[in-house]
Design a protein around this ligand. Structure first.
Ligand code: ATR
Length: 274
């Protein structure tokens, strides 16, 4: 590491944020690439968040990550944004480049992690997206760009699924259905749990035959919130992956936006899994 190089100041804002793995992930990226990075986890309510971002920006920070429940506000703070952020109406990454640029690396992070799963190909895949809230909105554009055969958005509140589909209809054809009708829509090669049910200790119910042979169930959650869906999939004998790989992959894309350097996600993910 070049001890004389300037320290790159970064942060993640959220509430709660004390449990965030992001400081650990970005410290490891920095070490890999020989960069001096100071990455802080900063607790912020919606009321103080815009001011905290301004402070980091004005004091020479390079950018920040943003997590629940501030992603939608983050997007409104930026003068310019990527297409992914505009479609999600939410940002997980702000880059201070004179002004503020908003991006959303969640979707590409998911895609990058999915493509590391053995036997998973997104082109031509039949995908079921469970949920139509903020988490689903953050990944849909990136999934569509991989040219799956079909994506069915299944949500408890069908109107929310329709609205999400409408916002993406120029990128590809999307189908929607009510949560309870998902069994009639399958089989799917990939079922993505983008609901927040895991935080309530419950999991979406997957009807028998919903997943095609060799298919994968993927949870955007990780840690304790992923336990209910993991257990449900194990009980039904379904192949499963949690969202830890997506977390590291989206972080790597953010890191690259701030530093221009591409970290290696593999050893960082292995360290978190170990
Ligand atoms: P997030 O930002 O985590 O996506 P959100 O925007 O509140 O949070 O969205 C939560 C998603 O989980 C929604 O799709 C929600 O369904 P509704 O749109 O019908 O509210 C879904 N969800 C949450 N709890 C659920 C439950 N108990 N059963 C089914 N779906 C649930």
């Amino acid at each position: 590491m070049d001890k004389g190089s300037p320290i790159i100041r970064l942060a993640v804002f959220g509430s709660p944020v004390a449990h965030s793995l992001s400081p650990r992930i970005h410290d490891q990226f920095a070490r890999q690439l020989g960069l001096r990075v100071d990455y802080q986890a900063i607790e912020a309510t919606a009321e103080v968040f815009p001011q905290r971002v301004r402070e980091l920006h004005e004091s020479g920070g390079r950018g920040c990550n943003v997590t629940v429940p501030l992603k939608q506000i983050a997007w409104t703070l930026a003068a310019n944004c990527s297409d992914n952020a505009a479609r999600a109406r939410a940002a997980n990454t702000l880059v201070f480049d004179g002004g503020i640029f908003a991006d959303n690396t969640d979707g590409q992070g998911l895609v990058n992690d999915l493509l590391t799963q053995p036997g998973t190909c997104l082109e031509g895949a039949r995908i079921c997206l469970l949920g139509a809230g903020g988490a689903a909105a953050g990944i849909l554009a990136a999934l569509l760009r991989e040219q799956p055969e079909r994506i069915v958005i299944a949500n408890r509140t069908p109107d929310r699924a329709h609205e999400l589909a409408r916002r993406h209809d120029d990128l590809g054809y999307l189908e929607t259905c009510a949560f309870m009708d998902v069994g009639a829509q399958g089989p799917f090669d990939l079922v993505i749990n983008a609901t927040s049910q895991g935080h309530q200790g419950t999991a979406p119910r997957l009807p028998a035959g919903c997943l095609a042979p060799g298919g994968l169930c993927y949870d955007l959650n990780y840690g304790a919130a992923a336990a209910p869906f993991r257990q449900a999939c194990a009980g039904a004998g379904l192949r499963y992956a949690d969202g830890l790989g997506m977390l590291v992959a989206q972080a790597a894309l953010s890191f690259e936006l701030w530093t221009g350097k591409q970290p290696d996600v593999k050893p960082v993910l292995q360290a978190l899994q170990g």
